[in-house]
Design a protein around this ligand. Structure first.
Ligand SMILES: C[S@@+](CC[C@H](N)C(=O)[O-])C[C@H]1O[C@@H](n2cnc3c(N)ncnc32)[C@H](O)[C@@H]1O
Length: 353
């Protein structure tokens, strides 16, 4: 079990590679990444005495920003015979911890999408055979592991496992959301996905409640404000650009044509969200100002990442924010993620107090 597969957005392989190399090394686990640009996943080869399972034990999946999913594997099954792929897959599965569920996945790329139909059929056939051979537990039984096939071609397949409690709960690590037809911009899905990812559903009745007050910085045309309004919140939307008319007609939106960097709320709000397109370091300063002044209980903000050294930039920015919060004795929980609906950006969640 020397390889850890990490799924990521196509084009972010180098970020995923840098991040796992740094975070594994921090935990005393060394290895090297292998990937080709735009393939939508990387391999991280772990040096002995550790294995990829050690990483799954020692690192928290949610501490990774650029990983959509992680899967501990043995070796790539290559040149699989067309007539019987299930036997070699079964032999590989026999060496893995037992699972009750199998996800047959592809990379989130054009090539991957073309293999989806094949992958689904293979997954069903493999699961049936594996259960018959008692190499998988019966459906719905309690298990600590999930089995993954990552199908690269009809004869090249990775076989591996991820721990249920320390991995993504979505196939391919992707939470696909339906675009609401009446939303003013596609950006709306970024905030909706952020709610799902950062705030457990059981906390929604406390954290995302009608009647709460929110500020949306860089709000136009209103995709993020739309999500807040839908939850019944009263929103101050700050942007020089025009806001969607239907949103304004709800009576829940106060549009301020002001600069997000100088705007101050009259009184503290429950939630501040920010999608301003600006240098990440400037956005971080703005977020720190809000946190230190106690202007919001929770902040959700995007860091736009058009630069080359995107992982280094993110790491520097988050460290800068944490340093300021610690210097001011502000209690916080900070989580960051490259969400599925994010493009050249990541989303951060800062809970204060
Ligand atoms: C990516 S768009 C926001 C999209 C919005 N979240 C949505 O879902 O519709 C970025 C917005 O930031 C605004 N913006 C950029 N700099 C700003 C500033 N200094 N103050 C206020 N708004 C700013 C732009 O006018 C633009 O509307």
């Amino acid at each position: 079990m020397s390889t850890l597969l990490i799924y990521c957005r196509s084009g972010f392989e180098s970020e995923a590679a840098s991040e796992i190399s740094v975070k594994a090394a921090d935990a005393g686990i060394y290895g090297y990444p292998k990937f080709e640009a735009l393939q939508g996943y990387i391999e991280f080869v772990v040096n002995p005495p550790h294995t990829s399972l050690t990483i799954l034990e020692k690192l928290r999946f949610r501490d990774l920003i650029f990983a959509r999913q992680w899967v501990a594997c043995d070796e790539l099954l290559d040149n699989l015979p067309g007539k019987d792929r299930v036997t070699p897959i079964s032999e590989a599965v026999a060496r893995l911890p037992k699972a009750a569920e199998l996800w047959s996945e592809t990379a989130d790329t054009t090539d991957g999408r073309n293999l989806n139909g094949f992958a689904k059929k293979l997954g069903s056939a493999a699961a049936a055979a594996l259960r018959q051979k008692e190499l998988m537990l019966p459906r719905k039984s309690k298990a600590d592991w999930r089995l993954h096939l990552l199908v690269l071609a009809n004869n090249r397949i990775w076989v591996g496992v991820s721990p249920l409690v320390n991995s993504s709960r979505w196939e391919q690590g992707i939470n696909r959301l339906k675009f609401p037809a009446d939303a003013p911009s596609r950006s709306t899905l970024k905030l909706e996905e952020a709610f799902h990812y950062f705030i457990p559903k059981r906390m929604w009745p406390e954290r995302l409640v009608g009647g709460m007050r929110a500020v949306d910085l860089g709000a136009a045309p209103g995709g993020w404000t739309y999500q807040l309004v839908k939850l019944g919140m009263f929103v101050t939307s700050v942007d020089n650009g025009p806001m969607n008319d239907d949103l304004m007609e709800t009576g829940q939106v106060d549009h301020k044509r002001e600069d997000a960097f100088t705007f101050a709320p009259g009184k503290p709000v429950d939630l501040m969200v920010c999608d301003v397109v600006e240098k990440p370091s400037q956005v971080i300063e703005l977020m720190a100002k809000w946190a230190v002044n106690g202007w919001a209980d929770r902040l959700i903000f995007n860091l736009k990442l058009p630069m080359k050294q995107r992982y280094a930039e993110v790491a520097d920015c988050l460290e800068q924010l944490e340093t300021i919060l610690q210097e001011h004795d502000v209690g916080y929980r900070l989580e960051s993620r490259h969400l599925y609906h994010d493009r050249e950006e990541i989303t951060c969640y800062l809970e204060l107090g």
